[in-house]
Design a protein around this ligand. Structure first.
Ligand SMILES: [Fe+2]
Length: 271
């Protein structure tokens, strides 16, 4: 893992690191902190309590109400212009020219305590590569919690498999089935046995953001605490002649999800 301070980089440097299987933590971004503040303000307005009260169960809200409020919050953050501007500023802050950035929607994910109940379709994820669903091998993931988290209440990555074939169900999984069915997984997954010592996870302070290749095998960790994280994916269509994107070792689907990604400045779909 590489801890990098917030500064201007040549994006080729960032792409080369993640496409070689490295995981980056960008530390203390003002813009990521602003996204957190905005998200928490939306949370307070919708739930009528703070995030801390919600985590401590001091909210007197029924599970179905919390679930409904969480969906409202998710929709809110997908459309929020402040979040959009701040994420764009974060990308510029680390060196990306947003003209060339194609981005998936922002997602907010709630992860319950171990054995707790998830909201709707948002189950904690089994180990997967995002590229098994998108088939876009230059995809870069960004992930951060909206509160401080320990390494045991985080996402895990398994860099050991970056250049190895992993058996998975990408041949039969479809996004359409996921959309229609609440109990269908949000991504194809693998059932291989991953040892705890092969999983890499990080304690993250507020304002720190993880960056890794969409080809990196990853999944959700759960412990005694709940978690809410923010995530999105980008594809950077510049410098492509200078970088080598990950090779497809094991995606067995031919469906390429270019229409998940839109240009940050023009809103045009990836072509
Ligand atoms: Fe994922």
């Amino acid at each position: 893992m590489k801890k990098l301070p917030i500064k201007l980089y040549d994006p080729t440097f960032i792409q080369k690191l993640v496409f070689n299987g490295e995981v980056i933590v960008f530390e203390k971004s003002t813009f990521i902190n602003r996204i957190i503040e905005t998200t928490r303000n939306h949370f307070n307005k919708i739930f009528g309590v703070t995030l801390e009260d919600f985590f401590d169960d001091n909210d007197n809200l029924a599970f179905s109400t919390k679930e409904r409020f969480f969906f409202q919050l998710q929709n809110k953050i997908k459309k929020c212009s402040e979040i959009k501007a701040n994420f764009s500023n974060f990308l510029k802050e680390v060196g990306f020219d947003t003209k060339y950035v194609f981005k998936d929607q922002y997602s907010l994910r709630y992860s319950p305590k171990l054995n707790g109940k998830a909201f709707g379709k948002l189950k904690p994820t089994l180990p997967h590569r995002d590229t098994w669903a998108s088939n876009l091998f230059d995809q870069i993931n960004f992930w951060f919690p909206i509160h401080k988290i320990s390494a045991g209440n985080s996402i895990y990555l398994v860099p050991k498999y970056f250049k190895k074939k992993v058996e998975n169900n990408s041949k039969s999984w479809t996004f359409e089935k996921f959309k229609k069915n609440d109990d269908y997984p949000s991504a194809p997954y693998t059932k291989i046995n991953i040892q705890d010592n092969e999983k890499v996870s990080f304690q993250l302070d507020k304002g720190n953001i993880l960056c890794f290749s969409g080809h990196q095998l990853h999944g959700s960790l759960q412990n005694k605490k709940q978690r809410i994280n923010f995530e999105t994916r980008v594809i950077y269509k510049s410098n492509l002649n200078k970088i080598i994107i990950p090779k497809n070792y094991d995606s067995n689907s031919k469906v390429v999800k270019k229409n998940w990604f839109r240009n940050i400045t023009t809103n045009k779909y990836l072509d």
